[in-house]
Design a protein around this ligand. Sequence first.
Ligand SMILES: Cc1ncc(COP(=O)(O)O)c(C=O)c1O
Length: 398
Amino acid sequence: MTSSLTPPFLPDVIALEEKLEVPLYRKRSFALAHGQGARVWDIDGNSYIDCISGHGVAVVGHCHPQVVQAITYQAQELITCQESFANPARALFLSRLSQVMPPELSRFFLCNSGTEAVEAALKFARVATGRTEIIAATRAFHGRTMGALSATWRPQYRDAFQPLVPGFSHVPFNNIEALEKAVGENTAAVILEPVQGEGGVYPADPGYLKQVKEITHSQGALLILDEVQTGCGRTGHFLAAEHYQITPDIVCLAKGIGGGLPLGVVAVSEKIAAALAPGLHASTFGGNPLACAAGAAVLQIIEQEQLSPRAAHLGTWFVEEIKKLALPAVRNIRSLGLMIGLELRFRCAPYLTALEQQRVLALAAGPQVVRLLPPLVITQEELEQVLAALAIVLGEQK
Ligand SMILES: Cc1ncc(COP(=O)(O)O)c(C=O)c1O
């Protein structure tokens, strides 16, 4: 898939990136040039079904025409506009956001990434409670900046950067007794992912989050839900919190909300907003009109194309079909909507490469979990192709 707008590709894209970037990323063996819906194309024209979606970003699919149109329009109007001036694209995004978020979470802070959303949420919780301690969960992933990293669990991500921010502790996920013991009069907030993503796709047990909310509130602390990966319909509701019938005090969103542009959101109650004042926190790019125009389009698409119920329906069907395959390499399947983790009996890296050869892109969640985060617009036919690839690749021992 090429167009007259295709720029000339440099001959050695991967080698150039590997030479010129700092060595923080392991590059895959082909470079991606185009995307449409749930498909991406490499620079040689090979197409893949994309169950990575830019780490869960492309919820409305790649280059959705409404997102492209919104960005194109906004790029001709105004590309940057700091928050000290109101802007029509931002106001539209905020107004659509307020229609899909729980009515209790009626105030928003806009930023540019998941880690920034978490960072802001932690600061807001400290200011709103006047307390400094944060409790997170084992296996948690909340981002890489120093505050968010302090809430992230894996030593591999943390160790090189010690000392981290003081006041953070971790309790086992889904263990209510451990949490009850940990929360006290100095706790500002408990921060959790409703489904732990990077940690291996572990959904919260039914009832767990409700109990967590009761405990935090009984101690005067707040509950922050990090919905950076679970939000925007991925799990079958706009927020995964809806599965658990709770409204937290603070919600963090990013990834899918910007349709591929950098956009993060922190949603808080009026009460928490009242603890904030001009100058306390800010972001140069926060509320950027281009990102907001894309975000407004994303919210419209999620509603128009009923992507949340679609994720619920397709996710349930897909997981049932995987189970029917009785794949010998798979030990366990955990999922909610189109957030799917296949825990293997072996290390997953060779299986991810083998899936690439079958033209399916998937990612890891820890050493032994294959994670599938397809765009919510993926068709049943495309998912059938993913099933066929899984049957070939996971049907044998690598
Ligand atoms: C639950 C969760 N929180 C925060 C982040 C960090 O987001 P970002 O990479 O945009 O900073 C991620 C990224 O994977 C995530 O999954």
